[in-house]
Design a binder for this molecule. Structure first.
Ligand SMILES: Nc1ncnc2c1ncn2[C@@H]1O[C@H](COP(=O)(O)OP(=O)(O)O)[C@@H](O)[C@H]1O
Ligand SMILES: [Mg+2]
Length: 266
């Protein structure tokens, strides 16, 4: 029998740490993420946001703490095993295979994220092709499927990483700066896609510096500083928090955000 219920958190971590020598890049992170929500993570460069993703998605081993996906403890699991359980991620920096086509990139992701050993070879090819086609349609890259990934502009590379993650059929998706370096109209396009993923019932954890994007999408926000949680709460409260203003936002950004929320409430 399993004790999973709709109301149990989809992800829990307890005191997770990652030390590089004397540097505590992640320093005792404890979190519970509810199913169907969007958790936004902000904080200054070097706060440990990406390292936190790396540790909980099995890209690098933690030096302390434990993590669970649903009922399954995933502490120490490899990244492919975690992905096959239903946890996908994208990377802050471009992580596509330049010499492969757009479609091949997504097929590689789908293969990584599914239990290939359980599928006979022929079925596998069909399943991967179909997953790739659906994912490319979903992000709007179907017409570029046969182009080499090397030729894609920045926005399309970001969408390609998202397509790869979607093709693994995740229940929980970690997005590391999905709109970093994009223009305003491009940010809106990614925002629509993230909303569509959420509408499918996928739980999302999002790192982003673009506060308009982060605060508009998130159900809850965590601000990290020096490997720790500095703030945890509602998006509308972030700009009021003195510690966040001092460590991250600054006075200017804080007043702009307060005006943004005042206008939304009006
Ligand atoms: N592989 C590594 N080896 C040593 N230090 C690292 C490594 N990866 C990250 N760090 C350090 O850990 C800290 C957190 O980095 P990172 O997680 O990338 O922060 P963020 O994503 O919040 O900008 C930084 O001081 C960074 O230099
Ligand atoms: Mg980072």
């Amino acid at each position: 029998m399993t004790t999973t219920s709709a109301s149990a958190p989809i992800f829990v971590c307890d005191n997770v740490s990652k030390h590089y020598g004397s540097l505590a890049a992640v320093d005792g992170m404890s979190l519970a993420i509810d199913r169907g929500t969007v958790l936004g993570i902000g904080g200054p460069n070097g706060a440990g946001k990406t390292t936190f993703f790396d540790v909980v998605t099995g890209v690098t081993p933690a030096t302390g703490g434990r993590a669970w996906f649903g009922d399954t403890e995933i502490t120490g699991f490899s990244s492919d095993r975690i992905c096959q359980l239903g946890v996908a991620r994208t990377f802050q920096l471009n992580a596509t295979f330049d010499s492969l086509t757009v479609r091949e990139n997504v097929e590689v992701s789908a293969l990584f994220g599914r239990e290939a050993r359980r599928l006979p070879r022929l079925t596998r090819t069909k399943v991967l092709e179909q997953a790739a086609s659906e994912a490319l349609d979903f992000v709007g890259l179907a017409d570029k499927a046969d182009q080499p990934a090397a030729r894609l502009p920045v926005l399309d590379r970001k969408l390609l990483m998202i397509a790869g993650a979607v093709a693994t059929d995740p229940q929980l998706l970690f997005l590391d700066e999905p709109v970093g370096g994009l223009a305003v109209h491009e940010i809106d396009r990614v925002m629509e896609i993230v909303e569509k993923i959420r509408a499918r019932g996928v739980t999302i954890v999002l790192i982003e510096h673009v506060m308009r994007f982060l605060l508009a999408l998130s159900t809850k926000v965590v601000i990290m500083h020096q490997g720790k949680i500095l703030f945890e709460g509602q998006p509308s409260r972030v700009a009021d928090d003195e510690r966040v203003v001092n460590a991250y936002l600054g006075a200017g950004a804080s007043s702009r955000l307060k005006r943004y929320f005042a206008a939304r409430e009006a």
